[in-house]
Design a protein around this ligand. Structure first.
Ligand code: FUB
Length: 453
């Protein structure tokens, strides 16, 4: 569903602490893009860029307006902590502090320090890539006085090989992807800048490279606008400086957001793919939001294509508000679907609509997978629901299947306003289960979230 223009314009420009979810998008309360994910000290850190609606005085009313960077972290991929602003355009000596040009960044660890690489406009308008250095992944980061000499471009990715050699790859002027070795000090080049030889079969803009290693193979992936919008494609090779052999697409182009930008990381034995979309701002595609999916490999090391989901990654505690509109599966679309919550708040999210039309006799259902019921008994099941007078009915929760064990049956007395309807939990579950929410009787109900207490 489209958002009102006023909703996007009224969006929050910057905030210190924002709600974040296990579902997609991961961050609510602020826009975020170009997620660069890394595991430091056994914890997942994501370094995205930060879109804001064009502020008064911006030279770029219709394009990206990106003033600073936050870093977010999570242990369980459900609870995300916003560590606040780590680099600000007004506080980097070499950056034009009114350019709003802090595009896709990356970060990595070496010799006891965290090195954060970011592109921005210099005071003369040219793109450069600079470094800010910290003792901890969440900062504080101290920007270098000058950008890296000889590195003109955007979208840095910093890859550190198993022997500790650092490589920087980025999009250089002329839309060409390049790579160079860095010195041990991480802030100077240690080799020629080499054009990445990747034999992608056709032309089209390429940017946002990312490099990672698995089972001795180097993976080089990047957004590629082959047709209308960017897909994410990848190549494999035996050396971080190339050559790389084209292997195919990880994520196809989409219809709503021209850009996509990604990173790949292994965490606790599972690989993850981070990317972005304009979920919270459908009016245009320069206010984006970061998302994540599971990534899996074939036997030969090639990557299985990923289809974006609403559900995303992570296990959701049953005691949290479970946003069932970020579903893993859904019933007959004539009887159950997801709509945008139209409010003044662009981050109000979505709701599920259950509609019994023409005396439909089959279950009307939505599934939200991976809910953790924990080990303690839960007494109450709650549904945050809107049903107009005349539309009273019942919402049921079932375990692991539409007709699985009945967890709770909640009578909903129609009210013409949003309400928390609740009922006792009938079946105690332990551990992780898939939750099915159904409307066995009723006419039209809007459900924002469900929860257990
Ligand atoms: O976020 C601004 C730019 O859009 C990034 O630098 C590109 O990769 C694309 O996502």
């Amino acid at each position: 569903m489209k958002l009102d223009k006023t909703i996007c314009i009224a969006a929050i420009a910057a905030s210190a602490a924002v709600p974040a979810f296990a579902e997609n998008p991961l961050i609510s309360g602020a826009f975020s893009a170009d997620p660069s994910a890394h595991v430091f000290n056994g914890r997942m850190y994501v370094f995205p860029s930060h879109d804001i609606p064009a502020p008064a005085g911006s030279r770029n009313k219709k394009g990206f307006n990106m003033p600073d960077y936050h870093v977010y972290s999570s242990e369980n991929l459900f609870d995300w902590t916003d560590h606040g602003v780590i680099v600000d355009q007004e506080k980097v000596p070499w950056v034009d502090g009114k350019s709003y040009s802090m595009w896709a960044p990356d970060c990595n660890y070496k010799n006891g320090k965290y090195y954060f690489y970011f592109p921005a406009h210099q005071k003369d308008g040219r793109n450069a890539i600079g470094v800010a250095i910290a003792d901890k992944p969440e900062g504080p980061y101290v920007p270098q006085e000058k950008p890296i000499p000889g590195v003109n471009g955007i979208d840095p990715c910093i890859f550190i090989d198993d022997d500790g050699t650092p490589y920087l790859t980025w999009q250089a002027q002329g839309n060409v992807l390049v790579v160079a070795r860095l010195k041990d000090n991480m802030v100077e080049l240690d080799s020629e800048v080499v054009t990445v030889n990747h034999n992608v079969p056709r032309n089209g803009l390429k940017e946002g490279p990312f490099m990672f290693k698995r089972n001795g193979k180097y993976y080089y992936s990047f957004p590629w606008c082959e047709r209308q919008t960017e897909c994410i494609c990848y190549c494999m090779g035996d050396n971080p400086m190339g050559p790389f052999e084209y292997k195919g697409k990880i994520m196809e182009q989409n219809t709503d957001c021209w850009t996509n930008h990604h990173s790949v990381v292994e965490y606790k034995g599972q690989w993850y793919f981070f990317y972005h979309h304009n979920d919270y701002c459908r009016e245009h595609d320069v206010n984006r939001s970061i998302c994540a999916e599971y990534l899996t490999f074939n036997e030969d090391g090639t990557i299985k294509p990923i289809v974006p989901t609403q559900r995303g990654v992570g296990i959701t505690p049953a005691t949290n508000r479970i946003q069932i509109d970020r579903y893993s599966a859904i019933g007959d679309p004539n009887h159950v679907w997801v709509e945008y919550n139209r409010t003044e708040d662009p981050f109000a999210g979505w709701k599920t609509v259950f509609r019994n039309k023409d005396n439909y006799r089959r279950p009307i259902w939505i599934e939200y997978d991976r809910v953790d019921f924990g080990e303690k008994d839960l007494s109450t099941a709650i549904v945050h629901v809107f049903a107009r007078v005349g539309g009273s009915g019942t919402i049921e929760f079932h375990a692991d299947a539409v007709d699985g064990e009945l967890i709770a049956r909640i009578p909903v007395v129609a009210k013409d306003e949003w309400q928390d309807a609740s009922a006792a939990v009938l079946k105690q579950l332990k551990g992780v289960h898939n939750l099915f929410v159904t409307m066995p009787d009723g006419v039209l109900m809007h459900v924002d979230w469900v929860q257990f207490k």
